[in-house]
Design a protein around this ligand. Structure first.
Ligand code: MN3
Length: 210
């Protein structure tokens, strides 16, 4: 569907990743998040990850070609930092939509199976987002070994806890995501985030993966 296609817009083309446009206007999420937050967050922060990812890949290409890989440790760290930042932000923009949405369909069935109830899941997700230590993310993810849903916390963002999970819906709790609008009231930001959550996007991602 179109939501799955949106998630691919940041993919590499001709060797370079691209900053996908916001799937709505900069002021479309007001009053939850102001336009200034989205301009800074999308154009500057997310754009910085895309530029960093492309620059790191170029440094690695040059290093391989020269046979000089002494910087591979820091370059690998930069690759994970910028790459994870790009992927998670691409999902984050689509994890919200003006007016929000209702959990339904296969995703709602999976949520009830794996978390007990919709209410229990939402409380779990909000608590995880509120309690990420310092900067990070809350992630609703599909874990393909058992084929079940998990809520994970990612500190910073290159430290995703389980390899192979596929994020379905994410909440950015770095301060740049909410500080202009909510200052230190992260829990209020998370509650309002859930009011605009785009569960249709998450359902489409689940259908494409499961
Ligand atoms: Mn961010």
């Amino acid at each position: 569907g179109s939501t799955a296609a949106l998630a691919k817009m940041g993919a590499a083309r001709e060797g370079r990743y691209a900053l996908p446009p916001l799937p709505y206007s900069y002021n479309a999420l007001e009053p939850f998040l102001g336009a200034q937050t989205l301009i800074l967050h999308h154009d500057r922060h997310h754009g910085g990850y895309v530029n960093g990812l492309n620059a790191t890949l170029e440094k690695l290409r040059v290093a391989r070609k020269a046979g000089e890989l002494s910087a591979v440790q820091s370059l690998s760290r930069q690759l994970a930092f910028h790459g994870a930042g790009h992927v998670l932000h691409t999902i984050y923009w689509n994890s919200m939509r003006p007016g929000g949405s209702a959990l339904s369909g296969d995703l709602l069935d999976a949520v009830r199976r794996d978390f007990g109830s919709e209410r229990a899941f939402l409380a779990h997700f909000a608590a995880a987002a509120g309690k990420v230590e310092a900067s990070g993310w809350a992630v609703l993810a599909y874990e393909p070994v058992a084929g079940r849903l998990l809520v994970l916390q990612a500190e910073k963002h290159q430290d995703l806890a389980i390899w192979g999970v596929r994020p379905l819906l994410v909440c950015d709790v770095w301060e740049h995501a909410y500080y202009l609008d909510y200052q230190d009231r992260r829990a209020e930001y998370v509650d309002r985030f859930l009011e605009v959550a785009n569960w249709e996007f998450a359902t489409a991602r689940l259908a494409a993966l499961a």
